[in-house]
Design a binder for this molecule. Sequence first.
Ligand SMILES: [Zn+2]
Length: 87
Amino acid sequence: MLKEPKSMDECSFFTRRILDDDGTRLVAWVPKGTNVVNVIYICGKCGKKGEVTQEYKKPITFVCEHCGHKIVVEPIKKFRGRRKKSS
Ligand SMILES: [Zn+2]
């Protein structure tokens, strides 16, 4: 079982997302010093929880182990709505 990292300091990449397309919820991260991405997801199609570890490539793409649904984690574009002023 994968465990979410305790601290962002352990990761070179971290994202927590709900995908617009299909409602898949996921947490994905790349432990520092590796080229491997870990993903814990709840499939938007079958609603089951799964996890994958694979080579880190953008966009992160994987297939639900339960129903075969293809899940693509698109890179985040700009946040809609409120924009924080940079200080
Ligand atoms: Zn599924």
